[in-house]
Design a protein around this ligand. Structure first.
Ligand code: NI
Length: 214
């Protein structure tokens, strides 16, 4: 039946969960067999804090004092500049993460979260310098982390559910993991947008730079 029986590739995807600091992803090739181990970390509050606390300094190093062309250029119509992304992160601190965590603990699934306005920053950031926005974000993030500590979350509390207006039931643990991934993905977005400012300037090297066509 098979056109070529002499080479048979076996692929298996093995997924399991571990505690602690083990590798998130490992690919092992052995002879003709390829095993892909996809390992996801269980949520630990310390790990959440590890990322959340360094996002303001990461953004400061990347964006502080940069001239406008780096900050205000986007990827095309209906896309965001690095300046827009910082404003969006500020709005998240004010209306999304800690407020939703508190809603889960106080109301459970009885009341859906207030929908998050992803584009509120276009109005709210108007007239502000990037340094003002970065300082505001750093201050709000420090307050958020303090409030997170004050919630004194236990494993049982992390499993409590709230109601997302579009996604339905979500746990507090999922919300905190999303907060981390949201930070990292917007840092990635900022870097990508900045790369694209030299999208044509790199000339033929564009072929070796997949970030430019993502
Ligand atoms: Ni976002």
């Amino acid at each position: 039946m098979a056109a070529n029986n002499s080479v048979v590739w076996h692929r298996r995807r093995v997924s399991f969960r571990v505690r602690g600091d083990q590798l998130a992803f490992k690919r092992v090739q052995y002879s003709k067999f390829e095993f892909i181990f996809s390992v996801t970390m269980e949520l630990q509050l310390e790990h959440v804090r590890d990322i959340l606390k360094r996002t303001p300094s990461t953004l400061n190093l990347l964006l502080q004092d940069l001239p406008e062309p780096w900050l205000k250029t986007n990827e095309g119509p209906d896309t965001w500049s690095p300046y827009d992304v910082v404003g969006h992160l500020i709005h998240g601190e004010e209306t999304d993460w800690i407020p939703r965590a508190k809603m889960i603990l106080e109301n459970g699934e009885s009341r859906a979260f207030t929908p998050f306005n992803r584009e509120a920053m276009f109005e709210k950031s108007k007239g502000k310098s990037i340094d003002e926005l970065l300082n505001t974000f750093a201050q709000l993030r420090a307050e958020s982390l303090q409030q997170l500590d004050e919630l004194k979350l236990t494993p049982e509390m992390l499993e409590k559910r709230g109601l997302h207006p579009e996604l339905g039931p979500v746990t507090l643990s999922q919300l905190l993991a999303t907060w981390v991934v949201h930070d990292l993905s917007h840092i990635g977005q900022i870097v990508r947008v900045m790369c694209k400012q030299y999208g044509e300037t790199v000339g033929p090297w564009k072929a070796y730079l997949p970030v430019l066509t993502r």
